[in-house]
Ligand binder design. Sequence first.
Ligand SMILES: [Ca+2]
Length: 367
Amino acid sequence: MKKLLFIFIIGILAAGCGIEDERKADDLQKVDVEKEEKIVEKEKKEEKEEKIEKEAIEGKDILEVKNYVISTSSVLVDETNVGFNYEGEMVGDKDFSTAWCSGEGGTGDVLTMEFSEPVKASKLGIVPGFARDEKIYFQNNRIKKLKMVFDGEEEVFNLPDEYRMHFLNFCEECTFQKVDFIVEEVYEGSKYDDTCIAEIDFWSDYVVNENEEAAMNYYKNYKEADALRPYDIVSSIMISDRSPDSCMEPRKTEKYSEFEGVQVLNMGEIFVTAFVNQYGREGDEVNVKWYHVEPAYPDSPDYEEENEWVFLKSEKSKVVESCDGNLYIHTNIYPAGEVDVFPLGIYKVNFYHNGKFVGSGKFRISQ
Ligand SMILES: [Ca+2]
């Protein structure tokens, strides 16, 4: 019996020792794992520190840096009251129809991008003009020679005169925090002298892949339809007794003289041409309203008052393009009814685009 008990105790002890050993082994393993984890953690930390240190010297890949501020030497003032924004930020919205436009003719003007930390980059995409569409692109200035200054290092690029995104490959693995884009030379616009940059892009896939077609498709598919256009498409008005020529160009009258800002006329049919500015497009619809005040007292101060005007007629018209590519709205008026002469007096014609008043011409019919 005693022997049995002894064996039993030994057994328990042995079993106890076995559990103890296992615990010890577990503890040792745990310590090892913890040690390993600490080592890995330390290595990771060191790696991270090394990366930060390296990035501080070599710069972070620009694809990982999205924070930057833009400053410009000047900004074009929007005079259309439509809310056009020509500020520097417009180069970074992946939209060809918006742009930074310089307020001072372009040459010598500067746009500066300053990143939140040093960046490493070697290429960018640029759309070097006002690029809402191809026509308006060539009507405004385009950048011919561009100087880029990376934290003091200079590089000059000559850009071909093409409506598209251009890709510039600059210094191999350049590191910089600030980059200046300086307009050195421009291709002159066929109609206007505004100098704009629609896009500067380091990040888009089509820049990384240098795919100008993809860049254009992105604009056409996602942005173009919403491109902002001002309603104010009329720049000036011309009155004449001669119809536009076969090329749709207006022809001046030889019969009128100026009278207190009102054109004095004595003619049968009257043609009015509105000169359409860069914001208009062929086919744009406008409403035309004609007014007449009777009797005519051109010397009276009252004749300016709107409520004196007798509404004459209203019609729809469209913007047309001449052979030379100029845009006009042509409209005309002639005496109606039994008498084939105009009642004397002051006449006015108003133009409305998208329901908003965009221009007016005034003339006086006298003998
Ligand atoms: Ca833009």
